[in-house]
Design a protein around this ligand. Structure first.
Ligand SMILES: Nc1ncnc2c1ncn2[C@@H]1O[C@H](COP(=O)(O)OP(=O)(O)OP(=O)(O)O)[C@@H](O)[C@H]1O
Ligand SMILES: [Mg+2]
Length: 505
């Protein structure tokens, strides 16, 4: 009951519980007094002896007196000795309870010991009392010591587990034989299971090294290397399918654990879940590749456009200029009659207008001046008028919502989509009417080009030289927007480009 002995010592004397307070339960005051004298004689450290003559109050008195030893009589009127001894034992598991009495049958003695009595001593053998008490104190001390050790061990265990659980990495502690002795909460989460140390569970786990793509052999897992070859493995990325069947990326390493004398204590395996990071990297790489592809496609489209402009310049403007040169050459000849020279000049003048108009067309194709001069909707209106003039179709434009200022690149992107969609409607749809709608909403602008022509199947595979629809999709993608094409045979086509307003991606 005393808690003074805290340390662990191999010396049995140090383990012996002290004897300072003894409770004597006996209905004979004379016997109790005799015993008290004897005890004081034989145990000089004894400070107090408490006599309890009434067997029914033993527990309450013990609660107050806090004895190091109880010596109880057996035969007392109204005394339930078995019940009292069991109650004492339950309340104070390490307290020695010695039964000292006159004659007691063997059966009763066995019952007493079963109830928790430490020993039984006949009153006739009182000379053995000191020896029996001494032994009981030693055993009680040892029991108490063991209890304290167990408590300390349990505390250490809980503390250790709490620390291990707090570590923001998966931890697996292996015995020198390679058995998993402990794991932590984080490790269990990573493995998609309740904490388990069952080796057979782990035997089912498959893994691949992320750098080489090679399967991880059973002897090559970091924990196995630490145990088998005593080798430390620096954290290395691996792809693992966990108990829940999820693919995860772990950065996993292990180190052998050694005692001060160099003997093996097993190993510790640690792993950090980098799945989210690896996933992000993959998506970043894919986005980069897509962006590279888009830029390449756009620059190819640009090259094609430049080639077309060069062809236009050569075939149209070049021809007109050559003709102009001929006329001006003739007009400059002094051997020509003046009337003929005048004629040549008259022929040349309209050609200058034609050349200027073609030059304007080419410039407009390269960068529509209305777009920068008047804005998106006026440029679209002018585009529609030109398309109507060229095709004889009804081409109308409408604008809804409150127009907002948008970046020139977004303006040009929408304009090019309208150009391409109109060209397609003119070339392929056989439509009677085409409608171009520009709609402004909070944070978004959308452009819709719809025709009432023959329609087509938007998902049909396209020849590489068919660049129109692909170009529209990619242009919108590059600008952080989206393009949708809705069409079916006989039902016309609707192309819609949407862009977020307020900044390019
Ligand atoms: N409005 C439309 N109505 C009917 N068919 C269409 C329409 N728009 C496109 N198509 C069909 O889709 C095909 C692909 O169009 P896309 O613009 O990609 O290429 P293209 O017009 O054939 O060639 P490019 O635009 O490269 O000069 C067209 O050839 C045509 O068959
Ligand atoms: Mg096209």
């Amino acid at each position: 009951m005393s808690t003074e002995t805290q340390g662990v010592s191999p010396n049995p004397d140090a383990l012996r519980a002290p004897l300072r307070r003894v409770m004597i339960v006996d209905d004979s005051e004379v016997d109790a007094e005799l015993l008290r004298v004897r005890l004081h004689d034989q145990f000089p450290g004894l400070q107090e002896v408490c006599w309890v003559g009434d067997g029914t109050v033993v527990l309450e008195r013990a609660e107050v007196f806090d004895p190091d030893l109880v010596i109880t009589d057996y035969h007392m009127p109204g005394y339930d000795i078995i019940g009292t001894v069991s109650a004492l034992r339950r309340r104070w598991p390490d307290l020695p309870v010695l039964v000292m009495s006159g004659l007691v049958g063997e059966e009763a003695a066995i019952q007493l010991l079963k109830a928790g009595a430490s020993d039984f001593l006949p009153k006739s053998r009182a000379e053995r009392l000191a020896m029996v008490i001494d032994r009981e104190l030693l055993e009680a001390g040892a029991r108490r010591n063991a209890t304290q050790l167990r408590a300390a061990l349990e505390r250490e265990h809980s503390l250790y587990q709490a620390i291990v659980d707090e570590v923001q990495a998966g931890l697996w502690i292996l015995s020198p034989q390679g058995l998993i002795e402990r794991t932590n909460r984080h490790g269990a989460q990573m493995m998609g299971s309740a904490p388990t140390t069952a080796l057979e569970d782990f035997a089912a786990i498959e893994g691949w090294w992320a750098d080489s793509g090679q399967r991880i052999e059973s002897h090559d897992w970091p924990g196995a290397r630490a145990i088998l070859v005593g080798e430390r493995t620096a954290p290395r990325l691996m792809r693992v399918r966990n108990f829940a069947g999820e693919w995860r990326h772990f950065s996993c390493g292990a180190a052998p654990l050694r005692a001060g004398d160099g003997s093996s204590l097993g190993a510790v395996v640690s792993a950090v879940d980098l799945s989210a990071e690896v996933d992000l990297q993959d998506r970043l790489r894919q986005a980069e590749a897509r962006l590279r592809q888009l830029s390449l496609n756009q620059s190819l489209q640009h090259e094609r456009q430049m080639a077309r402009v060069a062809r236009d310049l050569h075939d149209n403007l070049g021809q007109v200029l050559s003709l102009l040169k001929l006329h001006l050459g003739s007009a400059a000849r002094i051997d020509m009659p003046i009337a003929r020279r005048q004629l040549e000049i008259d022929e040349a003048l309209p050609l200058v207008d034609v050349a200027l108009s073609r030059l304007r067309e080419v410039c407009n194709e390269l960068l529509p001046s209305e777009l920068s001069d008047f804005g998106l909707f006026p440029a679209l209106t002018s585009l529609c008028s030109a398309a109507a003039r060229a095709s004889g179709m009804t081409v109308s434009a409408s604008e809804a919502g409150s127009p907002q200022a948008i970046e020139p690149a977004l303006q040009l992107g929408l304009f090019r989509v309208a150009q391409q969609a109109l060209t397609n409607a003119l070339r392929h749809a056989g439509a009677g009417a085409v409608q171009v709608d520009l709609q402004w909403q909070a944070g978004e602008v959308s452009l819709t080009v719809s025709d009432n022509g023959i329609g087509f199947y938007p998902q049909a595979p396209r020849a590489p030289k068919q660049q129109g629809l692909r170009g529209m999709y990619e242009r919108m993608e590059l600008l952080g927007g989206a393009l949708t094409v809705e069409s079916s045979a006989g039902c016309g086509a609707t192309i819609c480009a949407r862009l977020a307003i307020g900044g390019l991606p």
